[in-house]
Design a protein around this ligand. Structure first.
Ligand code: FES
Length: 121
């Protein structure tokens, strides 16, 4: 494990997702209750980016099919609920899941010091 400077503190704010690249991987940064959080910017359902997702109550909702994740823990809260925001009946949710089982986000340890944000990678 090593620590890298990922962003300046002022670039990351509550209620917004800030995407950066680390070793070729997209990482999303945000704040929950003022504390910086980081996760791999890849929905576990089909690998789509989450940075256009909705943030509410410490969770991010995937803009593609509505899977929802707790930002701090990465825990899956909802799995494949809609299609581009349009609600789906249960049978269609199962079909759209395409056999993928609910999974959480990969989170990264983030710290902040002297106006910069650092990630453990
Ligand atoms: S790609 Fe995110 S829920 Fe399908």
């Amino acid at each position: 494990m090593s620590q890298i400077e990922a962003a300046k503190s002022g670039e990351v704010s509550e209620g917004a997702l800030h995407a950066i690249k680390v070793a070729g991987h997209s990482i999303a940064l945000t704040r929950v209750g003022g504390k910086v959080q980081a996760f791999v910017n890849k929905c576990p359902h089909l690998g789509m980016p989450l940075t256009k997702g909705k943030i509410e109550g410490g969770a991010v909702t995937c803009p593609f099919h509505g899977s929802k994740f707790d930002i701090c823990s990465g825990r899956n809260v909802d799995w494949v609920k809609n299609f581009l925001g349009m609600p789906l009946p249960g049978w269609a949710q199962s079909a759209l899941a395409m056999g993928k089982q609910p999974a959480g986000l990969k989170t990264l340890a983030a710290t902040e010091k002297d106006g910069a944000i650092f990630l453990e990678v």
